[in-house]
Ligand binder design. Structure first.
Ligand SMILES: [Zn+2]
Length: 299
């Protein structure tokens, strides 16, 4: 199952303790569903457990039984709905919505107490939310077709987490978060504890892998830098030997050239210890640079 699917399953398994929160969750699902009006109420979902959860909530909160229509095709949608005007009116009344509202807005009286916000958002998420697999990308979003509802939801998310970014996708409003911390806060707000842990595990694993990659890139870069300078020094020594003979070098550089030539895998510090008397790393570096300079003059 997808990461979103797992989250939705987890949210469906959570039954809020307080009646106010149960109502808020039901309201969140309903208000952001496909249809919420005087002549039709319609909730669409691919998931059977989400469909039955919605049915149960509406029955409990509004004392109305909706119809569940199973999908016709294998990958179709469950419809939980009614076209019965009386049932629609009962439901609208429960949530304090009038029959001929021009624009649907969030009626805050259904999110009565502090405890209700998380439940409400979890309901909205079941209706129109999704979170990408964190192994691929950090992305959590709500897809809202109605502009005013999107604005109201954005304000509530702003109060609970932080104002989400907003964009349009095929004339639908997308509210989204791209930061793993925000997605973590969203899951925490919805009380989806299992999914929070899942996200954190993936994050720790990814951070670790990035760290290892960075470190090994760094080591590889250093190795090739070192190999490159050893090659330069070796070329310089051969060139000097060929053109004027190593004996022509001042004695300190002559000793250095011989030790370098005979120890091509040795580091600067190791070369320093092979010198008589021993030489510091920077002393070795300085002499090798002089040798390279002399060779350049001979080219
Ligand atoms: Zn509550």
């Amino acid at each position: 199952m997808s990461f979103s699917g797992d989250i939705k399953k987890e949210i469906c398994s959570l039954n809020p303790e307080n009646d106010c929160c149960i109502k808020a969750k039901c309201y969140g699902m309903m208000l952001f569903s496909a249809k919420f009006g005087a002549d039709s109420i319609l909730f669409k979902t691919e998931k059977k457990d989400v469909a039955t959860h919605y049915f149960d909530l509406v029955k409990k909160v509004c004392d109305v039984e909706l119809d569940i229509v199973p999908p016709e095709k294998e990958r179709g949608m469950y419809l939980v709905c009614t076209n019965d005007a009386k049932k629609c009116k009962t439901i609208l009344d429960v949530f304090g919505h009038s029959e001929n509202q021009l624009h649907l807005r969030i009626n805050r009286s259904n999110i009565e107490n502090e405890c209700c916000f998380g439940a409400f958002i979890s309901g909205v998420f079941l209706s129109c939310g999704s979170i990408s697999d964190p192994n691929k990308a950090y992305h959590g979003e709500f897809l809202v077709s109605k502009k005013h509802l999107a604005n109201d939801l954005s304000a509530i998310l702003g109060e609970c987490i932080s104002t989400p970014k907003a964009t349009l996708r095929k004339s639908s409003n997308v509210l989204y978060y791209k930061e793993s911390e925000k997605i973590e806060e969203l899951l925490t707000l919805m009380n989806a504890v299992k999914s929070v842990f899942e996200l954190m595990n993936v994050k720790i694993y990814k951070d670790m892998r990035n760290h290892i990659n960075r470190t090994s890139n760094c080591i590889t870069a250093n190795i090739s830098k070192t190999a490159e300078s050893v090659r330069k020094q070796m070329d310089a020594i051969s060139l000097i030997d060929e053109k004027i003979g190593l004996e022509a070098l001042p004695s300190d550089l002559y000793d250095m050239a011989i030790v370098r030539r005979d120890n091509d895998f040795a580091s600067l510090s190791e070369l320093g210890r092979l010198m008589v008397p021993p030489l510091s790393r920077s002393g070795v570096n300085h002499r090798l640079n002089r040798i390279v300079e002399i060779a350049k003059g001979l080219e």
